[in-house]
Design a protein around this ligand. Sequence first.
Ligand code: SF4
Length: 577
Amino acid sequence: MLRRVLYIDLTTGESWFEQRDGLFEEWLGGTGVATQLLLEECPPGADPLSPQAPIIFSIGPLSAMYPVMTKTVAQFKSPLTGELGESYAGGRLAMAMRFAGHESIVIRGRAQRPSYISIRDDEVKIRDATSVWGINAMRTGVILRDREKGVGRRSIIRIGPAGENLIPYAGVVVDTYRHFGRLGLGAAFGSKNLKALVISGTEDVAVPESRRYREVYNRIYNMVVQTDAMDKYHDIGTPININVLNQLKGLPTRNFQSTSFSEAENISGETLADHYLIRRVSCAHCPIGCIHIGMLKTAFTEHHEFEVRKVSYDFELIYSLGSNLGVKTPEGLLELIESCERWGLDAISAGVVLGWATEAYERDLITPQETLGVPLQWNNVKGYIKALENIVKRPNDFYSALARGVDYPSQKYGGQDFAMSLGGNEVAGYHTGPASIVGQTVGVRHSHLDNAGYSIDQKAAKKQLAPSAMVDQIIKEDDSRGVFNSLVGCLFARGVYNEENIVDALASVGINKTREELDVLGRRIFQEKYRFKVREGFDLARQRVPRRFYETVSTLGMVDPETVEEMLRLYRQRRGW
Ligand code: SF4
């Protein structure tokens, strides 16, 4: 297996490979390797939008070798938080990188004019992208697919106008329906004049000719397809959580003013599956197919023909652009999701920003002059669609403030108590209890996926867990995900890839690690990420928790601020900080 890093300098137009066996041996791959490359490449204090700030992509040693090892990790300095930017995407990118022979890619510098990178196996070209600059992310994908025809396994990742305009929560669209959504990778692309990256690979991937590989592969594959470990992701998909969380009083509604939504059934996974779902698709090398595609049928004009658009939906989007904005209809929800997709905005951040703006408008903290007459009201889908356009185009100070994420406008106009961010990142769709709040605050990327605090709360709802036990579980998840994310597997398969299967799968491709060694590695990877965060100014002791979390009932009842404080104190203590 090739264990090399492809370096691309957009300023000089040069590219080269470096064999980094030691790096991969020590840090496995994926997030472990990407963190080291980020520490090497990013000068302390670098402006996230400067040519000095790099973009790094990494896959893992099992990518394209085992089922559901489908993700690629991107690391960068986040334009949203000013510290660690880390985002994961599926699609075909990991497969294309593997077949092109690149386990990590480092992008440095800034191109002189709008450009895209074209990689075909070892050949790297920086091509002119002037003709697609300003074009939305979906259309850009179609144009580049045509322009970059060729053989091999190909992946196209690109930004929309939000990334070009350096919106700190712009994402990168990956192939069809997948994204590097969070923490502003799209703006990092835009700052480099980088519209897209197209990669195709024709190399063979030599799978080990051993009986052991076949045995372990079959065991894992059978667990994926013949047990119920991943069923829920295929059937209704993650949107099944809408009705579940609604019943548990954990579904954020109208900017977390409530945790149950009277119209939840209308936008639930079940309703969407019954009336709007037209197909499910999969990332390459995944037999599950959890990506649910809905049909949005709209008239061109009154009494005229219909057009049909395909929109991918999942739980987080239904929360952020649905219940969190009081949106009651599937059509309104799908329109908002599609709007974020076209502009290339992170839908979670966009929904949280609009939720804050709606409440601020309701409370007269902002005026119709500031919104340019756009009615920011719950369930006003047309108003929200116009606001999203204004966020990307920034026609005045108010929309420029919204374009910076929810923290900034709440400092400027008031309403910090209901500006729903943790660690500077807009929050995910759970108000389940203290573990969710603490988990997102301490997580390396301030995401619900860092340590699944929401799931710890739900366990606590069934069987009482003391705050210190919850902290222990958060730490355990933080560390174990360091290993799993170095393999860059889909987190939906974490029940399949238990410790035994990870050890056996690695051994089958010639990487011999014991469980104990992997535990130590997970902790070290976590610490290395915190090394970067602290170096760039993150201070866990000074994090703000919005009051709204303490004013709205959660799955575990009202959350006591002292419990959260105590858990944060215990967390720092257990980490030795
Ligand atoms: S379960 Fe879904 S997100 Fe995960 S790899 Fe499969 S299709 Fe992709």
